[in-house]
Design a protein around this ligand. Structure first.
Ligand code: NAI
Ligand code: UGA
Length: 443
């Protein structure tokens, strides 16, 4: 089929590339000229494992095109996917201005019937609003169906997730339109769940909110474990063996970040508030997450008392491993807090340095290896569990740091291993390893 995808961010580009890979002819449209130019040159504008190779393969095969020209992009399209951002407004609700602009673009340039698929995460009712806007604005005689097809991929594994998803949700008012979208997706071999439009829209928010709830729940359990002498990893393993609970998303840490959980949980409380429903549970999930981001900072203050004049290393800046995305990354808040306390900060990330520079205060010194970050540091915050960071030998902290005091916000090291080393180690929901004497002997 001839498909256009509007917006080439994490969702749009991966969707466009994947749809071309299963045989469709896909034109990706973006207003960002630099992005489009890069993609034409075979360079992915985002870091996603496996994406660039697949993009190049399908461009060379003549199935994948990039343009900034909506008219050209829509000219042959039978289906148009909308994958532009829906960022949060100041009150937490979803900002639909990019969606509204795409609707205008479609109405202005399309002179044939088509199906519009909304992939962006949008509040319940938005697909019907999009349909109304289109019906008002399109040329006479043109029929446009709107289908909700929310996206569930994770950054860092988006290509894998697209080909190995748990389900494809299709929400439609007319079964014919739903059938077309099902047919398009058939080669993925992923189970399809068809429903009405509003339920499809809600499935997306409810899924993200539920996953965020799981994370805040285990973080609360972790904080209690830490005080009672229990070990949250054992607790999570024991809980996860119950199939009704499941073992995934029970990793305690310094909370969830990223472009979606923070914004979608706030948007859902706002969606509920609009119909006078106080979503107390979700509000608590958000509050717990905000508190959790400050966890390592509180640990450090408790440990050192005064932090002014100290030197800190921050390892990992992206909101999670395998991405260069810095949206709502815990590292931003942590670096600000450290600087405010008068701490000198050296930071390292294997991939996200360029994106980090745009959002992390400039007083932070960016360095090009873990060793440089750790050299002469009084303490380290481990913020993102990149493989490279997890593989730093514990002995290296002793070798490089002034005092090997570790605050591990992602529980990267097994306590059994840590205990073999002369370091001081604080993690989340597990007992600290306090080799004070040994620490005193270092250097
Ligand atoms: N990032 C993720 O992992 C996931 C995101 N989502 C949802 O998907 C949507 C998109 O998210 P991301 O891909 O992260 O966004 P993004 O911000 O990375 O990309 C959006 C792209 O749309 C382009 N754009 C904006 N207006 C345009 C227009 N009128 N015409 C053409 N292009 C236009 C922008 O230049 C940008 O490249 C959001 O609603 C998000 O909540 C859903 C699942 C996963
Ligand atoms: O709507 C979206 O944008 C996407 O949001 C999440 O995907 P993503 O944000 O890319 O990454 P996750 O792997 O879910 O991690 C989100 C945050 O939660 C944290 N997390 C995750 C899992 C866990 O057990 N503990 C934990 O603290 C991560 O460190 C990260 O900061 C969802 O997992 C996707 O299904 C969804 O499509």
């Amino acid at each position: 089929m001839n498909i256009s995808v509007v917006g080439t961010g994490y969702v749009g580009l991966v969707t466009g590339v994947a749809l071309s890979h299963i045989g469709h002819t896909v034109t990706c449209i973006d207003i960002d000229e630099m992005k489009v130019e890069k993609m034409r040159q075979g360079i992915s504008p985002i870091f996603e494992p496996g994406l660039e190779e697949l993009m190049v393969e399908n461009t060379e095969a003549g199935r994948l095109f990039f343009t900034t020209d909506h008219l050209k992009g829509f000219s042959k399209a039978e289906v148009v996917y909308i994958a532009v951002g829906t960022p949060e407004k100041e009150d937490g609700s979803a900002n639909l201005m990019y969606i509204e602009q795409v609707v205008k673009d479609i109405a202005a340039h399309v002179d044939h019937d088509l199906i519009v698929v909304v992939k962006s995460t949008v509040p319940v009712g938005t697909n019907h609003y999009v349909k109304e806007l289109l019906d008002d604005q399109v040329r006479e005689g043109v029929r446009i169906d709107v289908v909700s097809n929310p996206e569930f991929l994770r950054e860092g594994s988006s290509v894998y997730d697209t080909f190995n998803g748990d389900r494809i949700v299709i929400g439609a008012d007319h079964s014919e339109a739903a059938d077309v979208i099902e047919e398009i997706n058939k080669p993925f071999g992923v189970p399809v769940f068809k429903t009405d439009i509003k339920s499809a829209e809600m499935i997306k928010y409810a899924s993200n909110a539920f996953l965020a709830t799981k994370i805040s729940f285990i973080n609360e359990i972790a904080n209690i474990c830490g005080k009672l002498g229990a070990d949250v990893e054992s607790v999570a393993n024991g809980m996860g063996m119950d199939k009704r609970i499941g073992s995934m998303f029970l990793n305690a840490g310094i909370g969830y970040g990223g472009s979606c959980f923070p914004k979608d949980t706030k948007a859902l409380t706002q969606i509920a508030a609009n119909i006078d429903h106080d979503f107390e549970l979700l509000k608590s999930v958000i509050k717990v997450n905000n508190n959790q981001q400050a966890f390592m900072m509180n640990q450090a203050k408790e440990r050192f008392g005064e932090l002014a004049g100290k030197q800190a290393a921050v390892l990992g800046l992206a909101f999670k491993p395998n991405t260069d995305d810095m949206r709502e990354a815990a590292s931003i808040v942590l670096c600000e807090q450290l600087l405010n306390q008068g701490v000198a900060v050296k930071a390292y990330d294997p991939v996200a340095m360029d994106t980090a520079r745009k959002v992390i205060p400039e007083d932070v010194q960016f360095v090009s290896s873990p060793e440089e970050a750790l050299k002469e540091a009084d303490f380290v915050f481990i913020v993102t569990e990149w493989q490279e960071i997890q593989e730093i030998p514990l002995a290296s902290y002793i070798k490089w740091m002034k005092t090997p005091v570790l605050f591990d916000g992602r529980n990267c090291y097994a306590l059994k291993e840590v205990r073999k080393h002369s370091i001081e180690y604080h993690s989340i929901g597990r007992q600290p390893v306090l080799n004070y004497e040994a620490v005193g002997n270092v250097k």
